[in-house]
Structures are given as C-alpha cells and as structure tokens.
Design a protein around this ligand. Structure first.
Ligand code: URQ
Ligand code: ZN
Ligand code: ZN
Length: 479
C-alpha cells in the first residue's frame, strides 16, 4: 500500500520544509522534492497545507472503571475520535485496584484495547505495594514494553498512593530504567476539604473546585519533585492545572532536575466559573481533577508551554455522560471525575496557540507529538516525519474552520467541554500505519487495526541487563 502526500510543507519539531512524503507498507519511505507516485498509489494533494507527525495524546482513560461506573468512551470509539482530530497514538493507563496483581490488570487492559483503531500504549499505575509489585514491575518493563509507572497522590480511600508507595515505586522505576509519573494533588487535604464543604451544606458541583484548591496541587507536585530529587529519578507530572505546580516544576528544572510537565487542552482554555453554572448537568460535565481554574492559571500554563517548562499537551480523555454524572446530584463528591477532548486537542492548540502567535508550528508539533515520543522513548518511530518512522501523519489545513460541538464530533459522550468554540486550522487527512483513515470529515477505520506500542526502558536498565547478559540485544521495538 503506497500513499504519496504531494505539495505540502513538512513541519517537524526542529524544521519546516517543502517536501513530498511517500508511505509504503506502514512506514515513511521517502521525504523529498517531487517524488513520483508508484503505480496504484493513493495521492493526497497537500498544497497549501502542513504535513505533521500524527498527534500523541499521552493521557487518556478509555472505558475506565471509576467511581462506581465505566467511562462511556471505549478504545474503538476513542481512538476513532482521536484520528478525526489528528491524534494517531494514545498512551492510556492500566489502573490496578489496590491488592490486584498488576500483571493481571495489565492483561485486562490489553484485552480491552484490542479493538483500538490506532496505535496505543500503557502507563501502569502503582496503587499498592508489596514484593510482588516490585517483581512484576520488572516483568512489565522487560517483557511488555512498559517504561512509565503512574501514581495517584489524590483519591484517598481508592487508588491514592502513600509516600511509602511513592518512595518504593520511584526507586524501583529508576532501577528498571522507567519514569515515574504522578497525578499531583494532596489527597488527604482534598478529603478533608470535601467533608468540611459538604457538612456546611455545599453539595453541588460548585464544591468541587473549592475542595481542590491549587495549593493542594502545588504541595503534591513539590513533594513528588523532592522525592524524585532525593532518589535521583526523572519525574513526569500529568495534567498540571495551576501556577503553583508549574512554579514547582520550573524551580526544579532551573536547578537542573529532570522533571517534565504535561498540560491539558481543557486547563488552557476553560475556567472555574463553569462549576457555578445554573444547570447541574453542564457544571457536572466539567467535573474533573484537578479542576478547571481561573484565567490567572490559564495564562501561567500558556507561559509554561511557551517557556518549555511544560513539554506535552494531553486531554485526560475520561468521559462520563449526564446519567453517570447524576450520581453526584446531591453530593459533588460522587460525581465521576473526568471530561473528554481527545478529538479536539490539536485544533484547540493550533487555534489558540499557533494562530495567536503563542506557539510556532514547530513548537506545536513538539507539544502535541514529538516531546511525548521522546519522553516515553518511542522517538523517532513516532513523533517524526522521517524515513523509517511509522507513517502516522496528519495533513493540516490552516484555512479550514469549524465550530466544535458534541452534535458533530465523534466522541462517545453527550457533551463537549469546548462546545461552541470556533477554530481555524483542522486536519484534512489523517494517515495511521500508512493508511488514509480520515479524509475531509469522513473516518475510514478498522476495528482492531491499532497496535500496542512497546516503549523500551531508558539506558540505565539496558546497561544493567546487558551486563547480566539477560538481553543479548536491546528489546527491539516490535513493529
Ligand atoms: O485523575 C485522573 O486522571 C483520572 C481518574 C481521570 N479523571 C480526572 O478527573 N482527571
Ligand atoms: Zn489524574
Ligand atoms: Zn487521568
């Protein structure tokens, strides 16, 4: 199968160049001027458009069992929606219940993800600790291409990781050449504030942000950073929503500590007034953690992206419909936490980032694709338009306009947090594994076409393993 993309401007993280691209059997095989079309090739006219690495969303939760229900978006519908928005790979999360064997949980999520239509990988959450977790983490790294372990510092009484778990798991991650990641909110403080607010009679969604002020996030971000500093392990902080966590990251990075930060498209654009909306369904639809914040924080987060102190953008796509959110009708603590966005991340970042001059096109590629590929060790297979890379590509029409709405998007949820947002700059074509899967508004996907992406550990583990000659060759990234 040959796909030739002609006449476009290739935009990589480091360089933009007028070039054609030939994709053959799922890989990029040529990048250059005036490439001739092999017979029978599908030809895409990309004149006046930008040709970029397919987006990587490093933070999604398809069909997550959470807070007594299951997220409405599954791996097939969620990866389809991602392709419609130019995202060609997701990194989702295996979240074992406390005391659940983590390999068993990993197997379960792998089964769920079989129906994906585009490529995917998994962070694995460490929600409890004993010797079996210590051992199973190595199995996941060595045999299953997991190089990142997640820790929820929030959600007391459910999946919250204590400092003991953080210390043990961070140290084990370093031994294995894996990177620890955290959801940074002080779960004890949140629990107390939730109780105090509820007992004062604040039961509606307006209580949600009040119970999770940015100081709770700043404290946890700093605590995780300091633990990582002492243990000399890199750290990735997911969904930074506020100035306080960004300040913690910036301080650490300025002192040479290897800390990475992620920001959600939603946290860049939506403010906390939504939680005071008169309609419960609208307010509850936006309940996620950390909550959307005031515009002061949004401005700080944009500056974090521009300064390079935040490296990736994501969506934390974790959808619950109105009937599910209604569980918290009389108690905001019971509203399932999560919102969508996997289909809109790139167009929101383009319109509010590139069109406003906040980000160059190359920076746009960095924060929507390349940085995630590099941090999670799948670059240049992913996150790059280069010979030998996977043919995961988005052709971007800077003149196309649209109004975002749950009425027209492909996400399997009954609202869109960007409802009504007008954007200029949208995908015209998405190519996944060398196949044209989205063209001018129509999806042409195949259930189960998505492949699991192994993410090799980082150098230290290789060295250690090779010394023990437990790996004759570095674990090849299976195609
Ligand atoms: O905390 C997360 O990242 C998961 C449980 C999705 N929900 C959310 O509110 N962010
Ligand atoms: Zn989270
Ligand atoms: Zn999440």
């Amino acid at each position: 199968m040959n796909v030739l993309i002609k006449g476009g401007t290739v935009v990589n993280a480091e360089l933009s160049i007028r070039a054609d691209i030939l994709c053959t059997d799922g890989l990029i095989t040529q990048v250059g001027a005036d490439i001739d079309a092999p017979s029978g090739a599908t030809i895409i006219d990309a004149g006046g458009q930008f040709v970029m690495p397919g987006g990587i969303d490093p933070h999604t939760h398809m069909q997550l069992p959470f807070m007594g229900t299951v997220a409405s978006e599954d791996f097939e519908t969620g990866t389809s929606a991602g392709l419609a928005g130019g995202t060609t790979m997701i990194i989702d999360f295996v979240i074992p219940a406390p005391q659940q064997n983590i390999l068993e949980a990993y197997k379960q999520w792998r089964e769920w993800a079989e129906k994906s239509v585009s490529d995917y990988s998994f962070h694995v959450a460490i929600t409890w600790w004993d010797d079996s977790v210590y051992d199973d983490m190595e199995t996941l790294v060595r045999d299953h291409g997991v190089n990142s372990f997640k820790h929820f510092m929030a959600y007391k009484g459910a999946i919250m990781a204590s400092d003991e778990i953080l210390v043990n798991s961070f140290a084990r991650s370093l031994e294995l050449g894996a990177i620890p990641t955290v959801h940074a909110e002080n779960g004890e403080l949140v629990f107390r504030l939730q109780k105090e607010l509820f007992e004062k009679g604040i039961t509606g969604p307006e209580g949600h942000p009040l119970s999770r002020p940015p100081e709770c996030e700043g404290e946890a971000a700093n605590r995780a950073i300091r633990i990582a500093e002492v243990l000399k392990v890199p750290l990735y902080i997911v969904h930074n929503s506020c100035r306080q966590s960004l300040e913690a990251i910036t301080r650490a990075r300025n002192e040479g500590q290897r800390v990475f930060g992620e920001v959600l498209a939603g946290h860049l654009m939506i403010d906390d007034s939504i939680y005071r909306h008169k309609d419960f369904d609208v307010a509850a639809a936006h309940v996620m953690s950390p909550p959307f914040r005031s515009s002061e924080h949004q401005d700080a987060l944009w500056r974090g992206l521009q300064s390079g102190n935040l490296q990736t953008t994501a969506t934390d796509h974790c959808c619950f419909c109105a009937d599910q959110k209604a569980a918290g009708k009389d108690d905001f603590r019971l509203i399932p936490n999560g919102t969508g966005g996997v289909e809109n991340r790139m167009e929101v970042l383009w319109h509010h980032g590139v069109n406003t001059g906040k980000l160059t096109m190359n920076e746009f590629v960095k924060v929507t694709s390349t940085n995630a590929a590099q941090i999670f060790n799948v670059y240049p297979r992913k996150g790059s338009i280069s010979v030998g890379a996977d043919a995961d590509i988005v052709v971007w029409d800077p003149e196309a306009t649209k109004t975002i709405s749950s009425k027209t998007d492909h996400q399997n949820v009954d609202y869109n947090i960007f409802e009504g947002m007008e954007v200029k700059g949208c995908p015209s074509y998405t190519i996944s594994q060398g196949n044209v899967v989205y063209a001018n508004g129509e999806l042409d996907v195949q259930r189960g076409a998505g492949k699991y992406v192994n993410r090799p550990p980082f150098a230290a583990y290789y060295d250690a393993l090779q010394k023990q000659s437990r790996l004759a060759e570095p674990v090849a990234v299976k195609r």
